[in-house]
Design a protein around this ligand. Structure first.
Ligand SMILES: NC(=O)c1ccc[n+]([C@@H]2O[C@H](COP(=O)([O-])OP(=O)(O)OC[C@H]3O[C@@H](n4cnc5c(N)ncnc54)[C@H](O)[C@@H]3O)[C@@H](O)[C@H]2O)c1
Length: 353
């Protein structure tokens, strides 16, 4: 019997991973205690997605386990033991604004929770492949010191800069920078995951995401930018842009493309390797451009206001350079661009809202 364990299985990336890997492994063990509803309220609840998985994926087994509870995690690993071939660890407190409210909770979920998963893997299935979903927030606000130029609808990098063509690579420093409390807890987890790869020679991949998104994102004001934008466009709910004239740029990768990266890594794993993952130059937008696209797709005028104060630690321009991943796994490429993502999000959300 082959088993894949997916934490955060009802969340955006976790649920995409369940769908993707259910045809590749005998059993999919999902761990998710819907803590997202505690973080973001009912808007953020992933209960609907857990129910969907239980109804539609026959080999899916759900556990309401909290990743902070090592005894419970250990019990689960004991049960499936060496049949576990892959661990996709996506459970997290994912918002930097929320982290400042409860730094202890944030750290316990993001850092200790990750350590719990790594250690259980080492104890019970050390040959398994471990995927950790890190974040570009590990670079703190270093990207904000790049030479940016103001364009009509977006900030853009000076064309002469080495990052202009492909975006920011893994060599950017994660030190001496303001991360936000969330960014710091993810740095702890990111470094620990690398260490389990390098020190214990385990098959660990660290994926530092730009904006991860997709039709099933439970967008909330504090997390899930495109999904929340689309939700506001559909419902005509007021939307607030925070700072940088609304010209801040994010790259957006569909969860299905990301999970396909995990599959490529699984088939030919490395020990403690780090990859930037995002939409890159292929799929990115500024807030203003995102609003224009949502308006065009929904046919609704958006009800938005502008607040001068930007979010602490927010990036002004971030585009992920995926060259390293593509070099290691040349058969992989993006399938969904921004237009595809938003159009499918619109179709999916219309049914749900
Ligand atoms: N979405 C993004 O834009 C983005 C960007 C960069 C990195 N990431 C990272 O990717 C990963 C997945 O992100 P996502 O957007 O799918 O997040 P998500 O919030 O949609 O899913 C995470 C899931 O984990 C669950 N969870 C939280 N705490 C838990 C706990 N203590 N025990 C068990 N389950 C718990 C939540 O209920 C939720 O369903 C996270 O690690 C996040 O930090 C996300």
């Amino acid at each position: 019997m082959s088993v894949v364990i997916i934490t955060g299985s009802a969340g955006l990336i976790g649920s995409e991973a369940v769908d993707f890997f259910s045809s590749k492994f005998d059993t999919v063990v999902g761990i998710d205690n819907n803590m997202r509803a505690y973080f973001f309220g009912e808007d953020g609840s992933t209960a609907w997605n857990k129910n969907r998985l239980q109804e539609t994926v026959p080999n899916y087994k759900h556990y309401n386990t909290d990743i902070r509870d090592y005894a419970a995690i250990e019990q689960l690993f004991k049960e499936y033991n060496s049949a576990i071939e892959l661990i996709v660890h996506t459970a997290a407190q994912p918002s930097h604004d929320w982290a400042a409210k409860e730094p202890l909770t944030d750290f316990h979920v993001n850092a200790t929770g990750t350590l719990n998963m790594l250690e259980a893997t080492r104890q019970y299935c050390p040959k398994a492949v471990f995927i950790f979903t890190s974040t570009n927030k590990v670079y703190g606000d270093n990207p904000n010191f790049l030479p940016l130029v103001e364009k009509e609808t977006r900030w853009e990098l000076n064309e002469t800069h080495p990052y202009f063509n492909n975006g920011i690579d893994e060599q950017m420093s994660i030190d001496h920078t303001k991360h936000s409390v969330f960014g710091a807890s993810k740095v702890a987890a990111d470094i620990m995951a690398q260490e389990y790869g390098r020190y214990f020679q385990m098959n660990v991949g660290v994926f530092r995401g730009g904006c991860l998104t997709g039709p099933r994102h439970s967008g909330a004001q504090l997390h899930g930018f495109l999904a929340y934008l689309m939700k506001c466009a559909i419902t005509k709910k007021p939307y607030t842009i925070f700072g940088y004239k609304g010209k801040q740029v994010r790259d957006n990768i569909d969860g299905r493309d990301l999970v396909n990266c995990f599959w490529h890594f699984y088939q030919n794993p490395k020990q403690g390797e780090v990859y930037n993952v995002g939409g890159g130059r292929f799929s990115n937008c500024s807030m203003i451009e995102g609003i224009q696209l949502c308006e065009a797709i929904t046919g609704n005028k958006m009800n938005y206001t502008y607040s001068e104060s930007n979010r602490i630690g927010d990036h002004i321009w971030y585009i992920s350079d995926m060259s390293k991943f593509k070099k290691h796994y040349p058969a992989w490429t993006w399938k969904y661009n921004l237009q595809d993502i938003l159009t499918q999000m619109f179709e999916e959300m219309r049914k749900r809202i």
